[in-house]
Design a protein around this ligand. Structure first.
Ligand SMILES: C[S@@+](CC[C@H](N)C(=O)[O-])C[C@H]1O[C@@H](n2cnc3c(N)ncnc32)[C@H](O)[C@@H]1O
Length: 215
């Protein structure tokens, strides 16, 4: 199944649950900042930001059905469909960028790196990247599916759910390697409830785009 088709198919029914650390975010991102939420789903995080007084908000998702639901539910938000792999924003044009439970949807290292490269491109120097995502688990159910799919996706932790979604749980080493272009400001391990109601290890991360890129 194409992943976009999966997300289109569940757009009306899934509730996304990974937590948003409002206080920490507000400490790094001033009101009046331009904020982009990539893989915004139906816009639940932007709705919270709107309620906190942020006004320059943009949401992008490759699922047109997610965007349709978001526009119906929160008509005051600017939500747009994007092509996979390219953030449709100018270089150095946003103050903060959010990726909530999006890396988990991207199986391959090179595609994750490309998305982080896009985040770096569109953020202003000193801009803030705020990510939350899933970490590897050690319970039997998870280990069995990591093992089953490790050769299919060439990464331990990526697996297919029975309903057709491919999802990835990450090692911390992988996450820190991926986010090397940014300067880590905050990182905390958390326990998430997944969109299917299970518990999983997770994290949140806040990084700053370095003023002079070393890449
Ligand atoms: C688990 S949901 C999280 C939605 C939202 N970030 C939230 O936390 O409420 C993942 C979202 O990312 C979108 N997505 C997955 N891969 C994407 C990609 N490569 N480009 C853009 N959107 C993507 C999916 O359509 C889905 O809406």
């Amino acid at each position: 199944m194409r992943q976009k088709d999966y997300w289109d198919g569940v757009a009306e029914t899934k509730q996304f649950t990974t937590p948003f650390q409002k206080d920490v975010f507000c400490a790094y991102v001033e009101r009046g900042s331009k904020i982009a939420d990539i893989g915004c789903g139906y816009g639940r995080t932007l709705k919270e930001l709107h309620e906190l007084g942020y006004e320059d908000l943009l949401g992008f998702d490759f699922s047109k059905e997610m965007i349709k639901r978001g526009k119906a539910q929160f008509p005051y938000l600017d939500l747009r469909v994007m092509e996979e792999g390219k953030i449709p924003l100018e270089d150095e044009s946003v103050d903060a960028l959010i990726l909530f439970a999006v890396l988990t949807c991207i199986a391959r290292d090179k595609d994750q790196s490309a998305l982080i490269g896009e985040a770096e491109r569109v953020l202003k120097p000193g801009g803030i990247l705020y990510i939350n995502d899933f970490l590897l688990n050690e319970d039997e159910r998870n280990i069995a599916r990591y093992e089953k799919f490790k050769d299919v996706f060439e990464s331990y932790g990526t697996f297919e759910l029975p309903e057709g979604a491919v999802v990835r749980h990450h090692s911390e080493d992988h996450i820190f390697e991926l986010l090397k272009p940014f300067e880590k400001k905050e990182y905390e391990r958390l326990t998430f409830t997944t969109m299917n109601g299970n518990l999983s290890n997770g994290f949140y991360y806040i990084g700053e785009k370095k003023e002079v890129s070393c890449s």
